[in-house]
Design a protein around this ligand. Structure first.
Ligand code: DHB
Ligand code: MG
Length: 219
């Protein structure tokens, strides 16, 4: 690790290469473009997943033939659409959002993409509260965490309890915006706790996306 003679970790991506890769493998149709561009149209932060990272969600759902998926942090529904497009027939995404205006924007984007709430259900609730209300639908095939960073350890514990064997835990922003190793700051410590918990209880990796994306399987 950190061998100065290894080229591992050298960053070959450029904005142009990334755009090429996005457009080649992960192009937007009108519905994805609408959800992705929602922060330009509404009062919401532009913190949606990247184009290729969200496409990875679709492929991961396809790989495991996902039918029951939980998302924590809906925003405008862009990643929920990517998840839903990888579902097996009859599958469903439950997605939790705490901000009412974002939940409504997401519902509109999801409807515009042709999904009903029987395939993508946006639930307006703090996740830890709302998750208890869907537990009876479990065990789940995948849990995607992309919400308040201090909540990640609790969300991971819930995922471990309610995922099936072989089920996936996915966590965005796992480098915590470059602050992961900061000694002070309660959120960084919580994010390190998330990494520790996941590495102990799952088969896991932190994929070196720009933000760091934890991918973990229930053993
Ligand atoms: C923030 C949150 C995210 O999930 C993200 O991907 C980027 C930024 C944030 O809260 O600033
Ligand atoms: Mg995120």
């Amino acid at each position: 690790m950190a061998d100065p003679n290894s080229r591992t970790g050298v960053k070959y991506s450029t904005p142009e290469i990334q755009t090429f890769a996005d457009q080649t493998h992960a192009p937007h149709d009108a519905a994805l473009e609408r959800a992705f561009r929602a922060p330009d149209q509404h009062d919401m932060p532009a913190i949606q997943l990247g184009v290729s990272e969200s496409r990875l969600l679709t492929l991961l759902m396809q790989l495991i033939a996902a039918k029951k998926v939980v998302e924590i942090g809906t925003l405008a529904g862009y990643s929920a659409l990517r998840l839903a497009r990888g579902l097996a027939p009859g599958g469903k995404v439950w997605t939790f959002e705490i901000e009412p205006s974002y939940a409504q924007i997401a519902r509109d984007n999801i409807a515009a993409a042709g999904f009903t709430s029987s395939t993508i259900e946006v639930r307006l609730a703090p996740a830890l509260q709302g998750l208890t209300e869907i537990e009876a639908h479990g065990p789940f095939d995948a849990v995607f965490i992309d919400a308040d960073k201090a909540g990640y350890p609790e969300y991971a514990r819930w995922a471990k309890q309610h995922l099936r064997r072989g089920g996936l835990l996915i966590g965005d922003n796992s480098y915590y915006f470059g602050q992961l190793l900061d000694a002070d700051g309660p959120e960084a410590a919580r994010m390190r706790e998330f990494h520790a918990y996941v590495s102990e209880h799952f088969d896991s990796v932190c994929i070196p996306t720009p933000d760091g994306m934890v991918l973990a399987i229930v053993p």
